[in-house]
Design a protein around this ligand. Sequence first.
Ligand SMILES: Cc1cc2nc3c(=O)[nH]c(=O)nc-3n(C[C@H](O)[C@H](O)[C@H](O)COP(=O)(O)OP(=O)(O)OC[C@H]3O[C@@H](n4cnc5c(N)ncnc54)[C@H](O)[C@@H]3O)c2cc1C
Length: 411
Amino acid sequence: MDFELTDEQRLIQDTVRTFVNERVLPNAIDNDIAHRLDRSVIEGMAELGLLGIVIPEEYGGAGLDFVAEALSCEEIERGEAAFRTLISVHVGLNSLALLRYGTEEQKQRWLVPQARGEKIACFGLTEPAAGSDVAAMKTTARRDGDTYVLNGSKNWISYATVADHALVFAKTDPAAKHKGISAFVLEQGMPGFTAADTEHKLGVWAGSKGELFFENVAVPAENLVGEEGQGFEIAMYGLDQGRFTVAAGACGVTRACLERSVEYARERETFGQPIGKYQFVQDMIAEMVLGYETSKLLVMQAAWMKNEGRRNTRETSLAKWHATESAFRAAHLAIQVHGAYGYSAADHLRGHHPDPQADASRARARLQGVERPRRRSLAAVLVGSSARAGTARATGRHWRLTEPKLEQRPF
Ligand SMILES: Cc1cc2nc3c(=O)[nH]c(=O)nc-3n(C[C@H](O)[C@H](O)[C@H](O)COP(=O)(O)OP(=O)(O)OC[C@H]3O[C@@H](n4cnc5c(N)ncnc54)[C@H](O)[C@@H]3O)c2cc1C
């Protein structure tokens, strides 16, 4: 495995980084606050070829490899998760599944415009009562002459109300559990096929999430992807592709947290020196570096296996697990480094924390003092590193005597 990036990979990394700096980051906070999906960014991504990055050139794509896709997802999510999500569903879940399972006619009809970024695609698998348990889906597709008649609904579908094409999974044989699921391409505007946005999400407000509804939708039989009953296999293949982009994107979250924290640790001063001089702050930054580097190694391992055409479900799952955990941890640490400013809506960290409610509880905790100085005080008591700590041990009044003097307190 070669860790050196090729000139082409480096070029795409630099290009997407510049795009994010110029076109995504300047409006990211405002769009998040306003719950606004910036379609001009999607147009820019299409122009760069990101909506068909790993699709062969003969099908309208950029024909790049999975390392290039990972680098792009990292750069994009460093700016805004909503647009990495678009790569996940449009390229990973939908287009790559079409590339593998679609007929030549289907590829020309749907994959080519998707890869060129002329049409947007989503992936409709999850239902209100069927998430992890895919075989529990209730949506049905009944054969009726040259059509299949679809009835049911899907929820939590990224880009549901934006997409022109949807890869939808439905039961053609309800008794056969996962072997009775089939995959169909539905197009926006088909009679009986509607979509609605999901309100009140916890995060990724600048993105798009919604529901799909099917009411006696007559889908031509030529829209069946793969064989009847092959839908579960197609869905699992697509999820493998999407998972990889999530893992790569999570590296971007960790890097964003790290970059912001280093910058802040250099400029913010307490007690007469930059907070970056404190070992506790350095420790948090070092943990982010570790999270980033280890996540990236796992992602690159999975990318290499994908490029080689090797089975990679295990490696991709490990990469996603570790990278998303590291991103969550980095967001938590970055908020700590930023003190009260980590809770500011005007800070770029805002978009990177997946759970604003967790932020709220951390902010509440912060009202009683930021965590690290408190830990330092507690540790000082235990190891007896200050005269005051010694007094505290003797009197048992730890909480009081380890407080900084009033005029030294940062709040
Ligand atoms: C931001 C976002 C975007 C999404 N985009 C899409 C999309 O574009 N298309 C789409 O089809 N879906 C999408 N989803 C849905 C997503 O794929 C489902 O949320 C996921 O499959 C989990 O299903 P569920 O939410 O019904 O949870 P459940 O399956 O109900 O699980 C609930 C909990 O139980 C646990 N659990 C379930 N089964 C087991 C088990 N056997 N053993 C141990 N623990 C178990 C789970 O780990 C989880 O903690 C999206 C979801 C989110 C949050």
